[in-house]
Design a binder for this molecule. Sequence first.
Ligand SMILES: Cc1cc2nc3c(=O)[nH]c(=O)nc-3n(C[C@H](O)[C@H](O)[C@H](O)COP(=O)(O)OP(=O)(O)OC[C@H]3O[C@@H](n4cnc5c(N)ncnc54)[C@H](O)[C@@H]3O)c2cc1C
Length: 425
Amino acid sequence: MNELQRPHVVVVGGGPAGLAAAETLAARSCKVTVVDRMPSLGRKFLMAGRSGLNLTNNESLSDSDNGGFLRRYGNAASWLGSSVRAFPPEKLVNWAGELGQPCYSGGGGRVFPKAMKASPLLRAWLQRLGAAGVSVQSGSRWIGWSEDGALLFEHRDAVASMTPDATILALGGASWSRLGSDARWVGALVERGVDMTPFRPANCGFVAAWSDTFRERFAGTPLKRIAVSFEGVALRGEAVVTARGIEGGVIYALSATLRDAIDRGGSTILHLDLRPDLDEAALARRLASVRPRESLSNRLRKAAQLPPVAAALLREVGEPPKDPVSLARLLKAVPVSLTATDSLDRAISVAGGVAASACDERFMLTAIPGVFVCGEMLDWEAPTGGYLLQACFSTGRAAGEGAARWLETRGLLREQDSGLYPHPS
Ligand SMILES: Cc1cc2nc3c(=O)[nH]c(=O)nc-3n(C[C@H](O)[C@H](O)[C@H](O)COP(=O)(O)OP(=O)(O)OC[C@H]3O[C@@H](n4cnc5c(N)ncnc54)[C@H](O)[C@@H]3O)c2cc1C
């Protein structure tokens, strides 16, 4: 195929989903241009690597007593399942290894590159994409379509257009907008009749009505080795007090159910166990061994090695009891009233986006043939643990493969069996 015969595909959004689509299409001999509104690509991916890039999870794909990988996507599992099966965690790990980033499994099946960071992986990936002929146009914001169907971009105060043979939209979610994904594209899709589910925060923090004294003194303080319980689910981990409320790993893990409960009732109560490794009776015995005349903070420190934030948390819910049994009971279940999710922009990821009903099985928008969607802009959510990036890589590759198949059916690309979709008969 010479240069003129190669179909041109524009991928809008250079995060992991868009780049995965670009890689798939370049491998199918398409001419690929990745356009991004930011000055450089993969900014959220780089941010994800700041605290250890949890690339995927080695949990088995199929359902199991523990849940199984695909069940982490809830109702969206049936939608995303074929893409994750086609490009499962082991393929993602091999792919990272090919780019010089071998991975290892940490606790809870979480898989990380040994380097922990995203930067060496992204650098090697962009180099390989460049070598495969993928071109990048950064600093261009996609703003919609012209009347004759051309893609419109704002670039340095001017509007430019492109008319590719197929388009991949990989625009990300609606959080951490300073990294690129600001969801300002929603109107352009709604105008073309694409079903959208409103964005909501996922893996997010919550608002708690802290007193001014507590907020000023303890915002930013970690709550280490605690357990939280909600609606019969108890999880151990860490949280952090914020000026607005509470956030952190163990809170994110419960955030979907907490968010839904707040949506239903306006507020909800989360219980914190500040010494999950001691049962109530053992804790009461320890508290009884410290002189009651000691300050609450001293009693908690001497009897249970708890930091000052523990006593302050108890005071947030009322006058703490003095007798050891009641005090132990409270320490094992401090009620924290949550009144709202923290802002959408602060959430690690989002729920909502392009609805499953808007797409066919190739991730093509049924309202706009030739336009494919992937990554976090789709309406799914998952907990942290590597499930977010895995779905972005898998749906990105599936959308790329879907676009290649669509180009084949239009005679623009030679047929090649990817094994992902049945060939049209
Ligand atoms: C702090 C943090 C830590 C995280 N850690 C992890 C982790 O360890 N493991 C994990 O699985 N997930 C993690 N995530 C989530 C993960 O990074 C995202 O789910 C993933 O990056 C989404 O990929 P995407 O390609 O769909 O979108 P994005 O990475 O958001 O990329 C979308 C791209 O589209 C561009 N764009 C948007 N609108 C336009 C427009 N109109 N025109 C042109 N370009 C546009 C943006 O500039 C951006 O580059 C983390 C997220 C955060 C915020």
